[in-house]
Write a protein that binds this ligand. Structure first.
Ligand code: MG
Length: 383
């Protein structure tokens, strides 16, 4: 299918930081964004996503989402919408698969703990860390660090960034991926789409995982306008339906409704603003969006999940424990760098090296390291 004029065209890419030859074989058909996607899939950081927590700790059950399955769901949603909008599917896929590469073990609890540990040393932001993984930390190529991805993929990976960090990036890479946080412009439409797909994916799968965990119930979800609307519609059609099949059908219809809503609303915004190039999209206000009605309903879902699931006492308890593990490890490696592999122990910026090392860990590796270093017993919260 032909890409729209406002899509990111691979031949118009702003390129890679290190020049590379084009594919060596006559049969090479991949676009630059497909090459990026393939590099991401083959990276070590991508494989580690299997063992990293989304909401529920990886060892709490085999069916809960992990960062890996979350990333695949984001990619699926983003690609569906990209195709309908004639945006670049390969680019949204690359961004979606890479968007969580910088996540610490133990989900947001881990990132908050690491951010606190790094307060005096520039802090820790997971979006920035994802960029750091693909720019610096992956060691796969003989002549450069990182994966050397295209500007457009890196731009999409850096979803949020503080002004201070944007200025730091800008100093090293003038006019690069830090620029838009300084002049408040938008990223490509593909980046905007991957961003929205992230939110759609976790709202949906956290309802599913939440009910599976027993921490929230199907009845409780009826408090949500979006859920109640589709539950009622499903029950009109299948009055006997109950339990997991009812839940799945409601979530499926909710997701479809959101996908169609984004496609229609975004197509209308592109038309109304007469956007005819990727750069015109960057200069406009955010274009990939829900309709106002859908936005209100999805915000309700988000806030409800925060109150009822993410801050559920049982989730908070594991959260506190996980934060203790991260804090303990940070302190231990800072005081005794020899506990880390030589390649980290010898780096001159020690706090950052410690943060990189911990951020790269899977949940279970962090637990094992904690047990190894603090051999006195199971990990304890240091509160
Ligand atoms: Mg995500």
């Amino acid at each position: 299918m032909q890409l729209a004029s406002y899509a990111s065209h691979p031949q118009a890419s702003r390129g890679r930081r290190h020049a590379e030859p084009a594919g060596q074989h006559a049969a090479e058909q991949r676009s630059e964004f497909q090459r990026d996607r393939d590099r991401i899939v083959h990276s070590s950081a991508f494989r580690r996503l299997v063992y990293k927590t989304q909401v529920f700790l990886n060892h709490e059950g085999d069916l809960f989402r992990t960062r890996m399955t979350h990333s695949l769901e984001v990619a699926q949603l983003a690609r569906s919408m990209a195709r309908a909008l004639r945006l670049n599917e390969d680019l949204v896929e690359a961004i979606a698969l890479a968007h969580d590469l910088g996540h610490t073990p133990f989900g947001h609890a881990g990132q908050d703990a690491l951010n606190t540990c790094m307060r005096e040393h520039g802090g820790f932001e997971h979006n920035l860390q994802s960029l750091r993984v693909v720019d610096t930390l992956e060691e796969r190529y003989p002549s450069f660090d990182g994966l050397n991805l295209c500007f457009e993929t890196r731009e999409g990976i850096l979803k949020h960034c503080s002004l201070a960090n944007a200025q730091r990036i800008q100093a090293q890479e003038p006019g690069g991926v830090g620029q838009r946080f300084i002049d408040h412009s938008q990223p490509s439409l593909e980046a905007q789409l991957a961003n929205l797909a992230d939110e759609m994916a976790y709202n949906a799968h956290d309802m599913d995982d939440g009910v599976r965990s027993g921490l929230i119930t199907l009845e409780q979800l009826g408090e949500l306008a979006l859920f109640a609307q589709y539950r009622d519609a499903v029950l009109r059609q299948y009055p006997q339906l109950a339990g997991r099949r009812l839940l799945f059908e409601v979530i499926r219809r909710m997701l479809s409704a959101q996908v169609y809503d984004v496609i229609d609303t975004t197509a209308a915004a592109l038309k109304a603003r007469q956007i005819d190039s990727a750069d015109a999209a960057r200069a406009s206000k955010s274009l990939v969006q829900f309709s106002e009605g859908m936005r209100t309903m999805t915000n309700q879902v988000k806030h409800w999940l925060l109150r009822n699931l993410y801050r559920h006492p049982q989730v908070m308890q594991t959260t506190l424990q996980a934060q203790g593990v991260v804090r303990d490890l940070f302190e231990a490696y800072s005081q005794q760098p020899q506990h880390m592999p030589v390649s980290y122990a010898q780096l001159s910026d020690q706090p950052r090296a410690v943060a990189d090392y911990i951020a790269g860990m899977t949940d279970r590796f962090a637990q094992r390291e904690h047990e190894r270093i603090f051999a006195a017993g199971p990990p304890q919260s240091t509160d």
